[in-house]
Ligand binder design. Structure first.
Ligand SMILES: Cc1cc2nc3c(=O)[nH]c(=O)nc-3n(C[C@H](O)[C@H](O)[C@H](O)COP(=O)(O)O)c2cc1C
Length: 217
């Protein structure tokens, strides 16, 4: 135990200014689906993962593991498996209405960025602390997702582009990243520098205003 000490002692008007500056910075974050192959130092990825590890978690189980892939062999294997899964999805499983929505965002079954981007981070959630543990980790997806939010934020503040990608096919990722079966892949985070021709789809520019996402009592 240690006494609670405020990180920064500020007057309210400065707190408001800090919050507003952060919000403005985060408003520039967008998913990138066209990356350049320019390298990104491992130190940035390490720091972003360390920041992710500061997230709150159910019962403080810190039920996350981040596998960072940069080797061409691992990224190619990942791309092949993900594209196969995506072709099934775009080939029908996803339903045409859902596919229409995704087309507006510029997503297709082709994922060249999985090979081109310098880093792919696979976020795993640990269902239990160990095989012999009788209790499952509570609020697994919530905890890992919060950690991923901090990861994305750190990468964005470091000036990198990111993309969250649904983590399929699940078991393949365990084999590729040599993670035990008690861990579940939760999401992939692609990061690097944007390609010179990268664009933000118009649909992604529409963000709900505050009065639609908040209510006050
Ligand atoms: C859990 C999750 C899974 C996602 N999966 C994909 C995906 O598989 N492919 C993709 O292109 N974008 C994916 N996205 C990105 C969203 O499409 C994107 O965040 C959304 O369109 C809003 O755009 P923005 O990130 O530019 O604000 C995912 C986002 C989240 C949060």
């Amino acid at each position: 135990m240690r006494p609670w000490t405020p990180d920064i002692d500020l007057p309210d008007h400065e707190r408001i200014a800090h919050a507003a500056a952060f919000c403005e910075r985060m408003a520039t974050r967008h998913s990138c689906r066209s990356f350049s192959a320019d390298p990104v130092p491992r130190a940035i990825i390490e720091t972003a993962i360390a920041a992710a590890g500061t997230a709150p978690s159910g019962a403080n189980r810190q039920p996350w593991h981040f596998a960072a892939l940069s080797s061409p062999g691992a990224k190619t294997a990942l791309r092949v498996a993900v594209e196969e899964e995506e072709r099934n999805f775009y080939g029908g499983i996803g339903g045409s209405e859902w596919q229409g929505l995704l087309r507006n965002l510029g997503t297709t079954a082709d994922k060249p960025y999985l090979e081109i981007a310098p880093w792919i981070i696979v976020a795993f959630g640990q269902t239990k602390a160990s095989d012999t543990d009788r209790f499952p980790n509570p609020q697994l997806v919530e905890s890992v997702s919060l950690a991923c939010g901090l990861l994305l934020t750190t990468l964005h503040l470091a000036g990198l582009a990111t993309l969250v990608h649904t983590a399929t096919p699940a078991r393949f990722l365990n084999r590729l990243c040599r993670r035990p079966e008690l861990e579940r892949p939760i999401m992939l985070i692609v990061t690097g520098h944007p390609a010179p021709d990268a664009t933000v789809p118009a649909a992604a520019l529409e963000r709900k205003p505050l009065d639609q996402i908040a209510s006050w009592f």
